[in-house]
Design a protein around this ligand. Sequence first.
Ligand code: C2O
Ligand code: CU
Ligand code: CU
Length: 568
Amino acid sequence: MKSTTQFQNHTISSEATEGTPQSDDHRMQPERRRVLRMASAALLSAPALIGIARAQGGGAMSMTMKGMSSERGTSGMPPRTAAAFRRALAIPPKLTGELDNGVRRYSLRAQSGVSTLVDGASTPTWGYNGAMLGPVLSIPRGQPVHITVGNALAQSLTTHWHGAIVPGDADGGPHSPIQPGSTLDYRFTLDQPGATLWYHPHTEYRTGAQAYAGLAGMLLVDDGIDRKLGLPHTWGVDDIPVVVQDRRIAANGQLLYMTETMRDLMGMKGDRFLVNGREQPYVEVPAQRVRLRLLNGSNARSYNFALDDGRPFNVVASDSGLLARPAVARALLLGPGERAEIVVDLSRDQGRALTLQSRSGEVAHLLGSSPDDSDQWDLRTFDLLKLLVARPTGAPASLPATLADIEALPLTDAPVRRITLQGMSSGAMMPMHDGVDRGAAPNSGPGGMSLGIAGQKLFSMNHRFFDMRIVDQHVLLGSVEIWEFSNNREMAHPLHIHGVAFHVVSRNGNPPPEWERGWKDTVLVRRGETVRVGMRFTRPADAAHPYMFHCHILEHEGNGMMGQFTVG
Ligand code: C2O
Ligand code: CU
Ligand code: CU
């Protein structure tokens, strides 16, 4: 089948080969096959810089489909192990802002550039203040900040402060676009515990493509408590940012986005694993306690973080701040958008090397049950970052038994909002087959640039697709509520709520694991699971700038699985 989509002077041609032995197609249920065939008629648009594989001979699509089951993945690049751990981890600079009349000023500019993501290849990428990713914004708690975000790209974008509890009009959601060549000023004061947050675009229909091109960075709320506690806090020495992302890269170095229609519609996953924008790097760390700030900045892939020798580590913080006490774990599953800070004791490891891995195969059954929900990497263990343990610094950090006082929310009488998740998944994937008629997605974007299929979006909540003109929920300012996400389908969805930090109250009625008992803003709702979160809404958001709640698989977010709410 052949399809052509027009976007910004680029013609995207794709040709899916029927009956290719290694293709996914024949493993799918008939309904799903039919839907996915429709899908290539509305192939996703991507930023102009992202190379959508051009037809080469028999067509890029058939080429990538043939490669799907091979070790080399789909990119035509050399096997990834060949280049592993050759380059040092990039440590992004930490900006503390310029003090100006009691206000801290920061500035970011989205721009294009060229990066070496994988050894030996030049890749056109986008970044903030550079070619890829962005600086780490360190923002002191309680101090007014003023962030100017400029847009030097040829398309509009927004920039959202993920996890920051700021009013809706400073939240950077899809209602706050920054046009090419212009800037937008954000003014807010963070009054929330020290935490590892992040920022990324939140542009209608384009969040996935823009983040994939490289636009993302960490944002730290600094309340000084980690230093007081003696936790590792020397940036780039024993306090290491670890932004994990997967990408698919063509032989000529170009990023490939949504080039395998079948599986990519479930969420864009790549076969090259980057940490801070470099493939499988190494970092030298001292033989003492080391803190890794893990951010799953991938569009769609979950990681089950572990060390290769299986040693236990201490989780000290979840998305939105320190835990009450360190939680011991040997593996930690983080969905897209989630963060955790872990402390690894390396005091007896001088001269040794350890590898941070994802033991994905051990959790694959929690995330999906269909072969299309998991690719080959989701079914195995793979490497992310090598830790080379060198001499201690002479300023070893400690790990106190108590870290924070976590406020207990008055949840007993709290009202419950119920949100059901409808994901496209085997046997139950199409909203049009679930007996609810909601018509075609009305807002498929200029030129039909929706991620949706033939005008029909694929992922919904409460059987509704995201519509920027419709506010889905109204919340009272200051109220405490429970939101219940039920996922009776086959695929896991990381749910994120703007403007709040929440407690995970229960998973299928059971208390969450220790490491999930702190403040969070994103929670992985696994297949067949009902997860309750409780929170207090402390900042206002009006209908002109409502907050979003959505799945953080960015292709689901862009494909309908998002809602908006006001607080007032
Ligand atoms: Cu990380 Cu609504 O986003
Ligand atoms: Cu957010
Ligand atoms: Cu999802």
